[in-house]
Design a protein around this ligand. Structure first.
Ligand code: BDR
Ligand code: CA
Length: 313
C-alpha cells in the first residue's frame, strides 16, 4: 500500500477531533506530526485538547504548538460551537506525551526535511501555521505534496455572510497559501455543509463498543446543541471532509478553479471568491471540493469507529 504521509494542523475543536480520528483509523495515512493553531479556542486550550486526542487514539507522534494569534488580525474564537475548553463534552484521557519544545513551524519543517516522500498537510483551522511555514521555508514547498484545507466557501460564509470562520480568523494567512503555488485542495462550506450526520446515525456510532466510538458520539451530541438552535437537522462535519476527500475522492465532486481571498471590504474580508468564468485569466490554483455522497460519507464514519475495536452492542 502506498501510504500518505500527513501532518495534522488544527484547532481541535469537535470536527477537527473527528477528522483526526478518521486519519488515525485508516492505514493509508502515516501521521508524522500534529501541530496546533489558535482558532476555535486559545492556543493553550486547543494544544491540550490535541494532546488528549492523541492519547485517546494511541497516537504517539510529536505535537507542537503554533502561533498564539493570527498573522495580522485579532484572534476570534468559537466557544458557542465548541465550548469553553474548545472540546466540551465527554471527558478525555490525560495526555501521555509532552509537547515538543520547538514550535509548530519548526516541527513541520523538520518533518518535511526528513521525509523521503512528499508530505500532505491537512489544515483544519486558521491557516496561520501553514502560511508561516510557506514564508519562512520556501525551499520546502517542493516537499509538500498537497495542502488539504477546510476553509472558505465559493457561495457564502458562516461567520459573516461572506466569510467562513477559518478564513475570517486569519485572511492574510489564507491569502499567502492561495498564492503560494503549492497544490491545494479546499473543502469549503459548499461541501462541508452537505457532509451532515443525523442524530439517529450517530446512535449507530454510540452502539460500537470502544472508547473512541463512544467519545465521537458524545462529541457529536455537544456539537449538535448549538447547530440545532440554529436550525440544522444534524451535525455538519466540516473538517472530516479534508481527510475523507484524500482517502475516498470517489465519493466527492472536485473541480479545478482559481480561488482568491478578499482582504479588504466592508462586508467581504475573509471571503474566498472563485473566478468561475475565468475572466481574471489566472491559472487554476486549487481543487475545490463541491459535493459529497452523504450516505457513503456516513458509512465511512461508522466504519472508521469500528476499526478501534469492539462489537456492536
Ligand atoms: C470551521 O470552523 C471551526 O469551528 C470548525 O472546526 C471548522 O474547521 C467551520 O467553519
Ligand atoms: Ca477546525
Amino acid at each position: 500500500m502506498n501510504r500518505i504521509p500527513l501532518i495534522l494542523d488544527g484547532d481541535p475543536g469537535h470536527d477537527d477531533a473527528i477528522a483526526w480520528v478518521l486519519a488515525a483509523a485508516d492505514p493509508v495515512f502515516d501521521i508524522r506530526a500534529i501541530t496546533t493553531v489558535a482558532g476555535n479556542q486559545t492556543l493553550d486550550k486547543v494544544t491540550l485538547n490535541a494532546r488528549k486526542i492523541a492519547s485517546l487514539l494511541n497516537l504517539d507522534v510529536p505535537i507542537a504548538r503554533g502561533r498564539e494569534v493570527p498573522l495580522l488580525s485579532e484572534l476570534i474564537i468559537a466557544p458557542g460551537y465548541h465550548g469553553m475548553s474548545g472540546l466540551d463534552g465527554p471527558s478525555l484521557p490525560e495526555p501521555k506525551r509532552e509537547e515538543e519544545e520547538m514550535n509548530a513551524v519548526s516541527l513541520m519543517a523538520n518533518v518535511l526535511e526528513e521525509s523521503e516522500e512528499k508530505v500532505t498537510i491537512v489544515a483544519t483551522g486558521p491557516q496561520t501555521n501553514v502560511a508561516s511555514l510557506l514564508l519562512s521555508h520556501p525551499e520546502l514547498k517542493e516537499k509538500i505534496s498537497l495542502i488539504s484545507t477546510m476553509g472558505g466557501g465559493l457561495r457564502n460564509g458562516n461567520w459573516t455572510s461572506a466569510a467562513e470562520f477559518n478564513i475570517l480568523v486569519d485572511p492574510e494567512a489564507a491569502y499567502i497559501e492561495y498564492h503560494s503555488g503549492v497544490p491545494l485542495q479546499m473543502c469549503g462550506l459548499d461541501v462541508t455543509e452537505k457532509a451532515m450526520i443525523y442524530p439517529e446515525e450517530w446512535e449507530k456510532i454510540r452502539e460500537i463498543d470502544n472508547p473512541v466510538a463512544k467519545t465521537v458520539a458524545a462529541w457529536l451530541d455537544f456539537f449538535f446543541i448549538h447547530l440545532k438552535q440554529l436550525g440544522w437537522q444534524g451535525a455538519t462535519l466540516h473538517d472530516p471532509c479534508s481527510i475523507l476527500s484524500l482517502s475516498h475522492p470517489e465519493i466527492f465532486a472536485i473541480q479545478d478553479c482559481y480561488v482568491d481571498v478578499e482582504l479588504k471590504g466592508e462586508y467581504c474580508r475573509g471571503m474566498t471568491y472563485v473566478d468561475g468564468h475565468h475572466v481574471l485569466g489566472k491559472k487554476n490554483n486549487c481543487k475545490a471540493v463541491m459535493d459529497v455522497d452523504r450516505e457513503k460519507f456516513v458509512e465511512l464514519l461508522i466504519e472508521a469507529r469500528e476499526s478501534f475495536g469492539g462489537n456492536h452492542e
